[in-house]
Design a protein around this ligand. Structure first.
Ligand SMILES: NC(=O)C1=CN([C@@H]2O[C@H](COP(=O)(O)OP(=O)(O)OC[C@H]3O[C@@H](n4cnc5c(N)ncnc54)[C@H](O)[C@@H]3O)[C@@H](O)[C@H]2O)C=CC1
Ligand SMILES: CC(=O)N[C@@H]1[C@@H](OP(=O)(O)OP(=O)(O)OC[C@H]2O[C@@H](n3ccc(=O)[nH]c3=O)[C@H](O)[C@@H]2O)O[C@H](C(=O)O)[C@@H](O)[C@@H]1O
Length: 413
């Protein structure tokens, strides 16, 4: 089987790697020429466990090549971005539409086209199907079209690509059957066939479920900081109940998924999607909440060290990162900042030794592995005031360093 995978990012590249590692011939297509060049030089451009080894293997056995343009194939999989349209919260399908148009001239009878990008409910039928019909293809007879959403967790992408259950949403039952066969190449999880609109809604709802639950934890944190209750203890203890699982509060919800996908549902039915929108608002308010608490800890003539800028721990992904919003807000408040992130290459970021020098506060905004064991001895010597504000509940407790976290915010005046 030959596959063309359009978009070689966090989803497209590992997917391409796994198909190639399981005997398929794969062309990984990306409009970014730098990405194509780097991949063909055997260098991946994103951070993900096990991915460099996988891509090196499939390049050296000749099963994978990257290319700036598509080729004739048996299967086309679209894995391009789907941002939110800032004006009305709808799903911006422009990348998906242009990716579909880019493959039209290579499509032949019998081909399978799969949309993996996360899209709003009804998108496949309303907007994607007509692109192929206008070219004279009868869906379900000439070519087979399905939405097969991706549900892997960054940090565990390769493991979850293989082991997660999958939803296959075909335009017709035959489309679902054909697409399911494609994934049988390497998927060990169960494969469930359904309609495209059900697959679209299920995917958006999975991320909405998590976003709403995180909002609950963030709201609890705000309430506890007013009442003088330790929110982190409450969560630990409440979660001892066999049917309770309060999520972790944090500086906000980032990434290309949870911070976006719930809006796709909201935009389709704003009258009814009230809880979904409220949860988004609560999570989006967290960067301001962090800044309000920083203002209680130190004045704006003091220096702050920012530790971690990616949207979550152990990734180089900055999309929708709450840390970036917090940095902008703190700068507006007049604070002078130094930034350290061992996962991000940025010429203005500094080393850990440099970032702590002469600062009055270390503000932890991402739960990177490196921050679990901070060098408190060095911090005691180098920092002007040894205070850590840990918004991710990740650092170790210490007698020498004052640790402020979401459990003791009420103690700030
Ligand atoms: N990152 C994640 O954890 C997950 C992402 N998704 C969904 O998968 C989709 C892709 O997300 P990521 O892989 O994270 O995005 P990404 O930004 O890492 O990768 C997308 C790639 O597509 C390329 N591209 C854009 N338009 C193109 C075109 N017309 N032709 C060829 N290449 C094109 C870009 O240059 C980029 O390299 C999104 O819809 C996202 O919501 C779903 C589950 C997990
Ligand atoms: C339902 C679900 O678990 N969805 C996953 C999610 O991946 P993502 O990396 O965005 O999820 P995440 O680890 O929950 O992180 C999202 C954001 O939420 C924050 N976060 C997460 C969990 C928590 O208890 N508290 C919290 O504040 C993180 O710090 C981060 O800023 O979204 C992915 C996607 O759809 O792209 C999806 O494939 C993944 O399986």
């Amino acid at each position: 089987m030959k596959l063309c995978i359009i978009g070689q990012g966090y989803i497209g590249l590992p997917t391409a790697g796994l198909f190639a590692d399981n005997g398929c011939n794969v062309v990984g297509v990306d409009i970014n020429e730098e990405v194509v060049k780097s991949l063909n030089n055997n260098r991946i451009h994103i951070e993900e466990k096990g991915l460099q080894e996988l891509i090196s293997r499939v390049i050296s056995n000749g099963k994978y090549t990257a290319s700036a343009s598509p080729q004739e194939s048996d299967v086309f999989i679209i894995t391009v971005p789907t941002p939110v349209n800032n004006k009305n919260y709808s799903c911006d399908l422009s990348y998906v539409e242009s990716a579909c148009k880019s493959i039209i001239q290579y499509i032949k009878k019998g081909n399978i086209v799969i949309i993996e990008s996360t899209i709003a409910p009804m998108s496949t039928n309303k907007y994607i199907k007509p692109i192929f019909e206008e070219e004279g293809f009868k869906i379900g007879e000439d070519i087979y079209l399905a939405h097969c959403p991706e549900r892997v967790l960054p940090g565990k992408i390769i493991e979850e690509l293989v082991n997660n259950d999958r939803i296959i949403g075909g335009i017709t039952p035959k489309c679902s059957e054909k697409a399911a066969k494609v994934y049988e190449t390497f998927v060990k999880g169960e494969i469930f066939k359904t309609e495209a609109k059900t697959a679209e809604m299920s995917k958006c709802m999975e991320n909405t479920f998590r976003d709403v639950n995180i909002a609950l934890a963030n709201e609890l944190t705000k309430i506890c900081s007013t009442l003088g209750v330790n929110a982190l203890d409450v969560i630990k203890l409440a979660n001892k109940h066999p049917r309770v699982n309060i999520h972790s509060p944090g500086p906000g919800v980032g990434g290309h998924c949870l911070a976006i996908d719930p809006y796709f549902i909201y935009a389709e039915d704003p009258e009814n999607a009230k809880l979904i929108k409220r949860a988004r608002d609560i999570n989006s308010s967290m960067p301001q909440f962090v800044v309000e608490n920083v203002k209680k800890i130190i004045k704006n003539d003091e220096k702050i060290a920012i530790l971690g800028t990616s949207y979550k721990g152990n990734t180089d992904d900055l999309r929708e990162s709450p840390a970036i919003k917090i940095i902008n807000l703190l700068e507006k408040e007049g604070y002078s900042l130094k930034i350290h992130d061992p996962h991000i290459t940025n010429p203005s970021y500094v080393s850990f030794e440099e970032v702590i020098e002469d600062v009055s506060l270390c503000l932890i905004l991402a739960d990177h592995e490196e921050f679990k064991e901070l060098d408190y001895e060095l911090m005691k010597v180098k920092m002007k005031n040894p205070i850590v504000f840990d918004t991710k509940n990740i650092v170790k407790k210490s007698d020498d360093i004052k640790i402020i976290d979401y459990g003791n915010l009420n103690k700030l005046i």
